[in-house]
Design a protein around this ligand. Structure first.
Ligand code: GUN
Length: 281
């Protein structure tokens, strides 16, 4: 079984990006800039945002964090997004999710200029991705996609099962695999006989948020299994895949932590650079 080392792959991607930022600096005399808006003080969000800043600095991007208290008015955030949209030194804008209840997520996402939408959540980017046009691609599925391609460069005709249908992961993951000519089945927590669906798969991407849902006998030999889950349990953080059991069957498997997570942030940096490049044309 191949244990997919997301930390190593993310490090390799960041090295490439660092070189690219340095070339862009030479060419344009400025570097791409990422601005993150963090509202409230949820611990996981604070950790993500700190890591985003650390790695953005490591590859040489300009990085800013704007922090608001949990009770901030929606209008203040919308006005700030408007200001960032107009600021030429800002290449990418990310509003960390989840948001407090009184703030309308849809309004916030739609306020971001689609050309600066490093999350790929704006309906224009979602539409472009599903139509097969150039777009920002959500970071987590892009990270999963790059890890799968490392193991299996030719995905044409492969059977892929995506477990989970979220806008953040499941749906964009499906689009990326379709683009590679996979036959994709989207499943979720209400799917009848999930085991039977998974047993047909050459590739499984588990992004459903249920601890250790995918069991060893759900996975046939030679399947690539990507675990997007991060679930807090009594025994610590576990993924959506029962790691010990599945590792006995799968051809390749991502660990949690150290699998998809590090790739997500590296892909965010890549999206920021890509937004900068598109804005220079
Ligand atoms: N919260 C958890 N993951 C993400 C993500 O990919 N983007 C944003 N904006 N917030 C998140």
């Amino acid at each position: 079984m191949i244990l997919i080392d997301g930390k190593k792959e993310a490090e390799l991607l960041r090295q490439e990006l660092k070189k690219e930022v340095s070339d862009l600096k030479e060419k344009y005399n400025r570097v791409p800039g990422l601005t993150v808006i963090l509202i409230g003080d949820l611990a996981p969000s604070k950790i993500y945002v700190r890591n985003k800043e650390k790695f953005a600095n490591e590859v040489g991007l300009k990085s800013d964090i704007i922090r608001y208290s949990e009770s901030i008015e929606e209008k203040v955030v919308l006005d700030k997004i408007d200001e960032l949209n107009k600021n030429a030194t800002v290449s990418g804008i990310l509003v960390q999710l989840p948001l407090p209840k009184h703030i309308d997520k849809k309004k916030i996402i739609e306020a971001i200029n689609p050309l600066k939408d490093v999350d790929g959540f704006h309906p224009m980017n979602v539409g472009n991705l599903s139509s097969g046009y150039e777009s920002s691609i959500p970071c987590t599925p892009m990270g999963c996609y790059l890890l799968i391609k490392k193991i299996e460069p030719n995905l044409s005709g492969k059977k892929a099962v995506v477990v989970g249908r979220s806008n953040l992961n499941g749906k964009p993951m499906t689009q990326l695999l379709l683009k590679e000519n996979c036959t994709v089945t989207i499943t979720h927590s209400k799917t009848k006989d999930l085991k039977a669906e998974c047993l047909k798969a050459d590739i499984i991407v588990a992004a459903v948020g249920i601890p250790e849902l995918v069991k060893g006998d759900w996975v046939k030999k030679d399947t690539i299994v990507i675990d997007v889950g991060i679930n807090k349990t009594d025994k610590g953080i576990v993924g959506d895949v029962a790691f010990d059991e599945v590792s006995k069957n799968a051809k390749a498997l991502t660990p949690v932590p150290g699998g998809v997570g590090p790739m997500t942030i590296a892909c965010l940096l890549k999206n920021t650079i890509d937004c900068f490049k598109r804005s220079q044309i």
